[in-house]
Design a protein around this ligand. Structure first.
Ligand code: FMN
Length: 305
């Protein structure tokens, strides 16, 4: 009932993990029932190891969290030797997420992931707000085109482009990604934000600013998903504040094919299985399907005329 496909990638469920919120390896899968998770999207990997930003790296507020982890990871060589061999045993497609500072870094990551048997698809993190590099690719459409084209030439595996919400309009970036050969768009990465502690007169996280995620961003990301879905013909993967089956179906009606669940997992590690059970129940009760609901919003799109 939950089966879906993102282009050529067949999934048992439209629910995906969100990069950076479900670990660096498959060990957190123990919290979920197989069949509930469509694909395991892992934390961003960069060519060289990164220590990340100094602590404190995360802050909470009523609508979610602010993070500036700074893409901490052990680098490509470690990933290739220690993590990639484990991925062939994972009972669902694994999506590797690539980060870097330059187009050459992204191409090197894409080539490396292309060669790994356990990697079913590649998500380009071209939108991390917490490191130098990355973000410029989703705030400059010509830089985005250049890097996506170069990565496209390096692989025939499904290539997803994760876009930034921190732009005046996401539409040119969605169109540039599609024109450059992206197979799907992940909409979106975190929103630039800030938390302060007025007593200390200091920002809550050491980086000062960070990326906002969780329920507070959901209406904003829903609007972005809707705009992208009206602008391009490739599948949209929603990523922003989903924490219930209703949230997921709202995204589907707005045009999403799949939905990543990130921040909600911090509070309830098994939340993806809970959402999957609720999705099956709601679709049965309403006698409908994901396919029937997709992009079915009954509202004219003002930008499409
Ligand atoms: C602690 C934390 C770390 C994250 N790390 C990454 C990352 O390494 N790469 C990436 O592409 N996105 C990263 N993200 C963004 C998430 O993948 C997701 O796009 C975003 O949090 C919105 O979804 P959510 O509101 O369900 O969390 C991170 C988010 C959080 C909260």
């Amino acid at each position: 009932m939950l089966r879906t496909a993102i282009g050529s990638l067949q999934l048992d469920s439209p629910l995906l993990t969100a990069s950076g919120t479900f670990g660096h390896d498959p060990s957190a899968l123990a919290f979920l029932e197989p069949g509930d998770l469509g694909a395991l999207v892992l934390k961003t990997v960069t060519p060289e190891p990164r220590f990340g930003n100094p602590p404190q790296r995360m802050g909470e507020f009523p609508g979610g969290v602010l993070n500036a982890i700074g893409l901490e990871n052990k680098g490509l060589a470690y990933w290739r030797d220690e993590i990639a061999p484990e991925l062939t045993k994972v009972p669902m497609p694994v999506v590797a997420n690539a980060g870097g500072h330059s187009a050459a870094d992204y191409v090197a990551m894409t080539e490396a992931f292309h060669a790994m048997e356990g990697v079913a698809a590649i998500e380009l993190n071209l939108s991390c707000p917490n490191v130098v590099g990355g973000i410029q690719f989703s705030t400059d459409a010509s830089a985005l085109e250049e890097v996506v084209k170069a990565c496209r030439a390096a692989t025939d595996k499904p290539l997803w482009v994760k876009l930034s919400p921190n732009v005046a309009s996401i539409v040119p970036f969605a169109k540039a990604s599609e024109a450059s050969g992206a197979d799907a768009l992940t909409v979106s990465n975190t929103l630039m934000g800030m938390l302060v502690d007025w007593r200390k007169r200091k920002p809550v996280i050491a980086n000062g600013t960070g990326g906002m995620s969780g329920p507070a961003v959901r209406p904003l990301v829903l609007r972005l998903v809707w705009e992208c879905s009206n602008a391009v013909n490739i599948p949209i993967i929603a990523s922003g504040g989903a924490q219930s089956a209703d949230d997921v179906l709202d995204y589907v009606v707005a045009g999403a094919t799949a939905v990543q669940v990130g921040t909600a997992v911090f509070r309830r590690p098994g939340v993806i299985s809970e959402i999957a059970a609720d999705l099956r129940r709601l679709l049965t009760e309403e006698n409908t399907s994901l396919e029937a609901l997709r992009a079915s919003l009954d509202w004219p799109h003002p930008l499409s005329c």
